[in-house]
Design a protein around this ligand. Structure first.
Ligand SMILES: Nc1ncnc2c1ncn2[C@@H]1O[C@H](COP(=O)(O)OP(=O)(O)O)[C@@H](O)[C@H]1O
Ligand SMILES: [Mg+2]
Length: 352
């Protein structure tokens, strides 16, 4: 006959889709009873209004039903008592999600000005780490110019909200994405907010989003040294910042400003990437430096940050990354950059 231990073991494979933890670990399973081939137990939900209720019951039923000798499974539902809930989330009423999250490393991507490819670099970094097998999320902190969903989705799904917080949406390779654009009724809806409201939104993306267990969270900052960047640096425990620049004039000066901000906030600078550095024309041997010779090395050493590498202008970026296919973009020039960033922050665990 099947034992209670076996039942619990089977149920420990069932995850709460919102909290991304298993139902046994969350203390959701009670009153396991076994009578011959009949198993019954109670599943205590965070709230009976849980949008994932049916899915969880079905998964629990399947998991237990698959045990040898079990021919009937009865799942009773109830809501957790306030004490049970407190055990998982503590006393907080705000930032409940943050208490459940386990985000190991956080990298922000910053630039002095807009249009240099900061969001692209944030996206490529997430993709590269995901390809290495890490659990990765992207937080789009560019509230007024959000462009992360475009990189990952042609038709973005809406994030689900549960009692514990907002659940990010999964890209096709399983990168968890949260952006204000996913929450707007229309993608082209403008967010016309003053600083404090923007800061609040960013804090919520950190405190009220159920990121779950992540090896790395990539934060796409808005350009420059605005309020929003300050909020990120103050309220999110960053491992460090990757700076993005382009070879155009003034790039050096704006990089220095942004770097100084990070230094003042005591956030480590992980390195500098120069985007749109050159073009490789079909048939030509030599790369063509459209904006003149690169000064990225110089700028990096002036600012005192490691130089991570250069990315070419590539028309495939426009054709793929603007239609949600960044995960299919090969990005071979980016691989060593991502590897160096991972090494610097100590992201070395062998992923499962
Ligand atoms: N290396 C590149 N080659 C071709 N197009 C690029 C490259 N980098 C960025 N772009 C394009 O330039 C635009 C601005 O890039 P984006 O990453 O949104 O900049 P930022 O976030 O710094 O404002 C996007 O349309 C993007 O697809
Ligand atoms: Mg951007």
């Amino acid at each position: 006959m099947v034992t209670e231990k076996q039942v619990l073991e089977a149920l420990s494979k069932v995850k709460d889709p919102e909290l991304r933890r298993d139902v046994v670990e969350l203390g959701m399973i009670h009153d396991v009873e076994i009578e011959e081939g009949r198993v019954s137990f109670t599943l205590a939900l965070t709230t009976m209004a849980c949008p994932f209720k049916e899915r969880m019951v079905e998964n629990a039923r399947l998991a237990v039903g698959a045990l040898p000798g079990v021919n009937q499974v009865e799942v009773n539902l109830r809501a957790m008592t306030p004490e049970e809930r407190k055990k998982i989330v503590g006393d907080q009423t705000e930032g409940v999600a943050a208490a459940l999250n386990d985000v190991k490393h956080i990298i922000a991507v910053m630039s002095g000005k807009g249009g240099v490819g900061k969001s692209l670099v944030a996206g490529l970094l997430a993709v590269a780490l995901r390809r290495e097998g890490y659990e990765v999320g992207v937080l789009d902190a560019d509230i007024t110019g959000p462009s992360i969903p475009r990189l990952f989705f042609s038709d973005p799904p809406q994030p689900q909200g549960g009692p514990m917080g907002l659940v990010p949406v999964d890209s096709s390779t399983g990168i968890r994405v949260m952006s204000i654009n996913l929450l707007l009724p229309r993608e082209d809806e403008a967010v016309i907010w003053r600083g404090p409201l923007i800061s609040r939104a960013i804090q919520q993306f950190w405190g009220d989003v159920i990121w779950g267990e992540l090896d790395a969270l990539v934060v796409d900052l808005p350009p420059g040294t605005s309020d929003a960047s300050l909020t990120v640096m103050q309220s999110i425990p960053l491992d460090g910042v990757v700076m993005v620049t382009s070879p155009q004039g003034l790039a050096g000066m704006v990089v220095r400003k942004a770097a100084r901000m990070a230094q003042q906030m005591k956030v480590p600078l992980l390195g500098l990437v120069e985007n749109m550095s050159y073009v490789t024309c079909p048939g030509a041997e030599e790369p063509f430096e459209l904006f003149g010779p690169s000064h990225a090395h110089e700028i990096a050493s002036l600012v005192g940050v490691p130089f991570l590498g250069r990315l070419p202008i590539d028309p495939r970026i426009a054709t793929m990354c603007d239609v949600g296919q960044i995960e299919d973009y090969p990005a071979k020039e980016f691989e060593p950059i991502a590897r160096e960033v991972a090494r610097t922050i100590g992201l070395t665990k062998v992923p499962a």
